[in-house]
Design a protein around this ligand. Structure first.
Ligand SMILES: [Cu+2]
Length: 148
């Protein structure tokens, strides 16, 4: 085998190796299972997602932003003693443990999107930027799914 052929073979093996790695092999903070709901006619919507921290260092989600709306806020939903759902802004952000997952889900924490500049439809992708105290910003495309 010539040197060139050996080098080519190594390159092919290396790229195969990379291609076979699952998406979850990334380091840092990874956002999983993000989706948004913008119910027809509503002037606000919500984004839900799971934050997986692979840094081993505690972090905090401190802000969210999307060009789709005037404002995006971190909110916490809760049930009052008399069974009413309420929500309030998380003014200090949302703590993200040093490992494991932080889940934003219906009935709990969410990103509230207010002052919509457009009304995205089911299946649209909306750009969202998350800001973490340590990890900095992460931009992702969040699919709209009003059926979840
Ligand atoms: Cu809210």
């Amino acid at each position: 085998m010539t040197l060139l052929r050996r080098t080519l073979l190594a390159a092919i093996t290396a790229s195969f190796g990379l291609a076979l790695l699952p998406a979850t092999a990334e380091d840092g903070i990874v956002v999983l299972d993000a989706y948004a709901r913008f119910l027809p006619g509503a002037k606000a919507g919500a984004i839900y997602l799971t934050i997986e921290n692979r840094t081993g260092v505690e972090d905090r989600l401190i802000a969210a932003q999307t060009d789709l709306a005037d404002m995006a806020e971190l909110h916490r939903s809760a049930m009052t003693a008399d069974g009413m759902m309420t929500m309030e802004p998380l003014s200090d952000g949302l703590p993200v443990g040093a490992s494991g997952q932080t889940v934003l889900a219906t009935g709990g924490d969410h990103i509230m999107v207010m002052g919509l500049r457009a009304h995205p439809a089911d299946g649209d992708l909306i750009p969202v930027t998350l800001t973490f105290r340590n990890a900095g910003t992460i931009t992702l495309e969040v699919p709209v799914n009003n059926n979840r």
